[in-house]
Ligand binder design. Sequence first.
Ligand code: AHM
Ligand code: MG
Length: 335
Amino acid sequence: MSESIDVDAPTLSRYVMTKTRDTDLVILMSALATSFKLITSAVNRAGVAKLYGLAGEVNSTGDDQKKLDVMSNDMMINALVNSGVCSVLVSEENEEPIFVPENKAGKFCVAFDPLDGSSNIDCNVSVGTIFSVYEKAPGSKGTVDDLLKSGAHCVCAGYCAYSSAVELVFTFRGGSVEGFCLDPTIGEFVHTRLNMQFPADGGKKIFSCNEGNYNYWDKPIQDAVQEFKKGDKPYSARYVGSMVADIHRTLLYGGIYIYPADNKNKEGKLRCLYEGIPMAMIIEQAGGIASTGLFKGKVGRVLELTPDDIHCKCPIIMGGPRDIGIVYESYKANG
Ligand code: AHM
Ligand code: MG
C-alpha cells in the first residue's frame, strides 16, 4: 500500500475530541475549521473569481474593506452563529459586537480578525485569520464584558495561515500549541506539528518590524533595533506585513517581532482582543515572551492587559529571552 495514503489520519476533530469532553468546544472548533476551509477556498479562487479589490466600505478601524475581508467575515459569522454554541461575536470588520439570537445562543464569545494582512490580499501574499475564545460569566446572557477580560481568561486562541499550505495553529488555555495542515485531498485539517515550542536558544537571528516607522519610535526601541544590526553577523530583517505570517515564522524559526507604540500611534497598531491576546497566548504557551514594551507607564505582558474596548489596540513585542532581553536592556540603558 502507498505510504502517502494515511489509513489512520490524525485529524483536527480527533485531536479536539481527545483533549476535551466539552462537546460545545468540539462543536466550536468544528465551526471554526469550516470557516477556515471556506476562506481557503475564497482566497485560492480570488484571482479567477475576481475577488480582489475593495468592497466600498470601511471597517471598525477606518480601513477600506476588501471584497475578501467582507466575504471571510460573513463566512465566520455564519458558521459561528449557526454553531449554536456562541453568544457574542466581535470582528475587526464590525464596529459593533454581534449578539447571537437567543434560540441559537451558547456559552462562547469569540473575537476574530477574519482576514488579517489585508494590504497583502491583492498581490497574493500570505494572509490569515486570528481568533480568541472566551466563556460567558455564569448567569450572563452574553455581553461585551464577557470578552473585555485579561488574556488569563482566554480559553482558546489561534490563527490560520493561508499560504502555500493552509496551517491552523491553536492552543487551549494552559495547554500545548499544536499545528494542523489542511489536506486538500480529504478536506480535513491533519495534525502535523505536535507540541510546538519556541526555539529554546532564541532561534534564527531575525528581527521583524516595519522599520519605515523608525522615526516615530521611542529611543529604546530605536536602539534595540540598531543593536540587532550591529557586528559581523547582524540579524536578518524579515517583515511580511501580515501578522499571521510574521508570527508563524517567529514561532518556527525564532527571532523577534515588534509592533511598538510610537509617536503617531500611542497604543500601537494591532488590536488587543483579536490580534494581541491570541498571538501572545500562542507565543507564551510555546515558551516565548509576549511583552507590550513600555506601555501605560510599565513594561508588562500582553496577556495581563484588560481591553477597555472591543477594538482597542496594544503594542506588541514577541520573541524569546535572548532578543526580548535586548529590548529590556535598552529600556534600562535609556532610564
Ligand atoms: P489589518 O488587520 O488591517 O490587516 O492590519 C493588521 C496588519 C498586521 O497583519 C500586520 O502585522 C500589520 O498590520 C502591518 O502593519 P504595517 O503596514 O503598518 O506594517
Ligand atoms: Mg485585519
